[in-house]
Every structure is written in structure tokens, then in C-alpha cells.
Design a protein around this ligand. Structure first.
Ligand SMILES: Nc1nc2c(ncn2[C@@H]2O[C@H](COP(=O)(O)OP(=O)(O)O)[C@@H](O)[C@H]2O)c(=O)[nH]1
Ligand SMILES: [Mg+2]
Length: 457
């Protein structure tokens, strides 16, 4: 195939006329490698005996990427990719594979291009990420082969892009929703020039030159006219941009971006958060968090009401909303089991806040996670306030949230009481109705209002 020759030529930058059967392990120190990481290249010598096979398996298990070399001058070498090599490698490891069609100088007529080969194999072997031809004799593309190898390891595309559907993965699209929301400071659902420049400065420490921004927008517009409006790049346009970056092997840009917004390799946010609480203390939303949630409400609501569709929009950055018992169509309307809703299921501001107060009382860590996922960027220390321990608080309490427990025998009407608290008719009362929260107005002249949680759990 030319495996050993490929390695030798990469290191010596010349065609090696004599090569051993197998090259010794080559280590390129980080100072000398383009990727600034230490690269170890391991050659293989495959023979059909069990001992050899096992030795190769051991090596493959350790590797981060596989270069699978075949000989373009022999049709059977190509056939063996699907009939032997790929099933074997896929059984041993899930790391990216790069198909290398070598001896391009002697390519037999009828042998498809490596790209064609890749597209015929990718369905069965999605870990094949790139394909290229190469000619060790003239050194054509030998550097490309190793460039692909390091790119596949450092900027994996599998979590970002589905090569079979030609779409961004749902997880990446959701992560991008959050990045977009954080960047869209004026919340008009478009990124204007200033916001795009903020992105460039925050993530890459440079600014766009005027013509760069325009050509970026032109690229998006060429794919979809709706991608760019007078007010800036839409979310659809932002997704197109990411897709273009991945296709043009600029996945490093996408990853820099994700890292900047705190996503790890699995596209999760690492959100460790714990408060030191005494047993009688409770956790409430801080005024800053309330302001964030109110601004969000204002931006998504119409006529003072947040419809179920708008609610869905706000939570498009997460898989399931925190109140849902399971992922289903009904998960959005289940919100009505916790806070008062209008006949069409929509929420007024006090119910929207009540929902957050309720969950904050029950599990602030979950609430923190969700706040970050829907775009809040407050420092940890200003997200919540702790109420004073009960024995100190006594009267004149500054608490905003109170819990009221409903106890009684089976069938005495606890659920009906809860339904009426939410102004639901009791026959609508669902078996899941066990904890509800609503704004309770005290003496309006004194500006008294608080959230009451009623629980029959
Ligand atoms: N024409 C041509 N010959 C090549 C090329 N690459 C390797 N060879 C020759 O193919 C033969 C096998 O190469 P080798 O590196 O030992 O293959 P390996 O068994 O896969 O390691 C040697 O005679 C090489 O000189 C190439 O791109 N074109
Ligand atoms: Mg060899």
C-alpha cells in the first residue's frame, strides 16, 4: 500500500527508495508539529496470523485516529476496505478513520476517487471522516494526510455534524441557540454588526474588518436569503455559517466558540454549583435573576402573556423543561399543573416568576442549570438569595416565598383545593397535581405580595 513509505516521506520530505517492512515508531515533538501537540505515528505490518492480528488490535485500541491506506492501482485493495478493514477496525475502536488512496500515480481506470469511496462507505462506517488521494512518489498530498489526522483528533466533527443527513447535530444546534442568545444583547433575535464584532473580540481577540463582515454575510445569503435581515444575521443564518465552517475544515472556529461559552467535549456545560444551607434556610431568586427572567418574558411575550409556543422558544436550548415529567408533546402544557395559567395555557408574568420561585425552593441546582442554559450570564454569587434561618427571621421577614403543606386523609379534597388555588376547575385536576405556586397579593397599599407554594406531596 505504501504505509511505511508514507511515514518515511512525511518525516524526510523525500521519497524513500528503500523502506523496511515496518517503520519504527515516529515521535514528532510538540515544538516541531504543526498542531503544537506531540504526535506519535505507529506503522503496522498486517499478516493473517493470530499473533499479528492481536498485536495490531492492541495498537489500534491506543490510537486517537487511524489512517487506512489502500492502493489505487489495485481494485481488490479498494474492495478490501469494506469487506475486511473497516468492519475489523470498527469492532476494535470508534476513533476517526481517514481513507488514504495511495499510489495515485498508478491509479487504475475505474477506481473511484477517495471522496466517492468515502460517500459509499460512510453510512455503514460513520467514523470515516475524511478521504484523500496521495502519491508518496511525488509527495503530493502527503502533508494533507497528516493534517487531516491531527484535525480529526483536535477538532472532531462527529459531535457537531451528521455527515449522512448533512445537518448539524441536534445537540450542537441547541448549544448554538444558547451562544446566539448570549450574543444577542438587544434580544431582537438577530446578530447586528456590533454583536458579531463582540463575538470576534470575545472569542478570537480580533475585530472584523468592514469587508470581512460583509463577505461573511454574503456567504450566508448565498445559501439562504432569509439568513441575513436588515437587522443582522438570524439564527438560521448563524447555523448556516457553522455548517460552512465545518465543511471548509474550520471546525476549530466552532470549537473555540463552544469552549468560550463553557461547553465541554460532549457539548455539555459544566455547572457545578452548591450553596451552604442551614436546614431552615430556603433559596430564592435574586432581584438580578428576576430582572433577567422579566426581560426574557418581555422579549418573548405578546399582550402581557407568554404563550406555550413562546415558552417552547425560550427553552429551545434545552432538551426538556424542568417541570416536565417526561419528554412528550404535553410537557409544555404541564406547566399548568404548577402555576396559574390562562385558558389557552399561557402565562402572565407573575405565573412565569412563580414557576421559577417554585423550583428554586425545591431544587436550586436544577434552576441554576436551566438559567444558564437559557442564557443567563450572572456570576454565581448573584443568582440567588438565601433567606435567614427561621429562628432568626421570626417576624418582619424579607422572604418572598412561603411553603404551605396540605395534609389530610385520602379523598378529603386536597387535590381539589390545589386546583382551586391554581384557579383550575377541579375536574381538570390531574393526578400529577401535587405542588403549585402562585403570587398572593396581601395588602396592596403596603405593597405586600409573596409567592405561596402549596404542596400535598
Ligand atoms: N508508484 C508508487 N509507488 C509507491 C508509492 N508509495 C509507495 N510505493 C511503493 O510501494 C511499495 C510498497 O511500499 P511500502 O511502504 O513498503 O508499503 P507497506 O507495506 O504498506 O508499508 C514500495 O516499493 C514503495 O516504493 C506511490 O505513491 N506510488
Ligand atoms: Mg510497511
Amino acid at each position: 500500500m505504501g504505509k511505511t513509505s508514507l511515514i518515511k516521506s512525511y518525516v524526510s520530505k523525500s521519497f524513500p527508495h528503500e523502506v523496511p517492512a515496518v517503520s519504527p515508531v515516529v515521535v514528532i515533538p510538540s515544538e516541531l508539529s504543526e498542531s503544537k501537540t506531540t504526535v506519535t505515528i505507529v506503522d503496522s505490518l498486517y499478516r493473517r496470523d493470530q499473533e499479528r492480528e492481536e498485536a495490531t488490535e492492541v495498537e489500534i485500541r491506543k490510537t486517537d485516529v487511524v489512517l487506512l491506506v489502500y492502493d489505487m492501482s489495485r481494485l481488490e485493495s479498494l474492495t478490501r476496505l469494506g469487506s475486511f478493514w473497516l468492519p475489523w477496525i470498527a469492532r476494535v475502536t470508534k476513533v476517526p478513520i481517514i481513507l488514504v488512496g495511495n499510489k495515485a500515480d498508478m491509479r487504475t481506470a475505474g477506481v473511484p476517487t477517495p471522496e466517492e469511496t468515502l460517500s459509499s462507505l460512510i453510512r455503514d462506517y460513520p467514523q470515516c471522516v475524511f478521504a484523500t488521494e496521495c502519491n508518496v512518489l511525488t509527495l503530493a498530498n502527503t502533508d494533507t494526510v497528516f493534517y487531516y489526522a491531527h484535525y480529526a483528533v483536535l477538532y472532531p466533527t462527529a459531535p457537531l455534524y451528521d455527515p449522512i443527513k448533512h445537518e448539524l447535530t441536534p445537540k450542537f444546534a441547541r448549544a448554538l441557540q444558547l451562544c446566539f442568545r448570549r450574543l444577542d444583547k438587544d434580544q431582537d433575535k438577530c446578530l447586528n454588526d456590533r454583536e458579531l464584532n463582540d463575538l470576534q473580540t470575545q472569542v478570537f481577540n480580533t475585530r472584523f474588518k468592514d469587508n470581512e463582515l460583509e463577505s461573511l454575510k454574503d456567504l450566508i445569503k448565498a445559501e439562504s436569503a432569509e439568513g441575513v435581515l436588515a437587522s443582522g444575521v438570524t439564527f438560521g443564518g448563524f447555523l448556516i455559517l457553522q455548517k460552512l465552517l465545518i465543511k471548509k475544515l474550520n471546525g476549530n472556529v466552532c470549537w473555540s466558540f463552544l469552549r468560550h461559552f463553557g461547553f465541554n467535549d460532549s457539548l455539555e456545560l459544566e455547572l457545578d454549583f452548591r450553596l451552604d444551607l442551614q436546614s431552615s434556610q430556603s433559596v430564592e431568586l435574586s432581584p438580578d435573576t428576576c430582572a433577567f427572567l422579566t426581560a426574557l418574558f418581555d422579549s418573548y411575550s405578546a399582550d402581557g402573556c407568554l404563550s406555550l409556543a413562546a415558552l417552547q422558544d425560550i427553552f429551545s436550548t434545552v432538551e426538556t423543561p424542568f417541570w416536565a415529567s417526561s419528554e412528550s408533546e404535553e410537557q409544555w402544557s404541564e406547566v399548568g399543573l404548577h402555576v396559574p395559567t390562562k385558558a389557552d395555557g399561557s402565562l402572565v408574568l407573575s405565573s412565569w416568576l412563580a414557576l421559577w420561585y417554585l423550583y428554586c425552593y425545591m431544587d436550586y441546582k436544577v434552576v441554576y442549570h436551566y438559567l444558564v442554559r437559557i442564557g443567563m450570564s450572572l456570576p454565581k454569587s448573584s443568582v440567588f438569595v438565601l433567606t435567614k434561618p427561621r429562628e432568626i427571621a421570626k417576624s418582619n421577614s424579607k422572604r418572598k416565598v412561603f411553603l404551605c403543606y396540605v395534609l389530610g386523609d385520602e379523598g378529603v379534597g386536597k387535590k381539589s383545593l390545589l386546583s382551586s388555588f391554581l384557579s383550575r376547575s377541579p375536574d381538570l385536576a390531574d393526578i400529577h397535581l401535587d405542588t403549585a405556586c402562585a403570587l398572593v397579593e396581601g395588602d396592596r397599599r403596603l405593597g405586600e405580595s409573596y409567592y405561596l407554594i402549596v404542596s400535598s406531596m
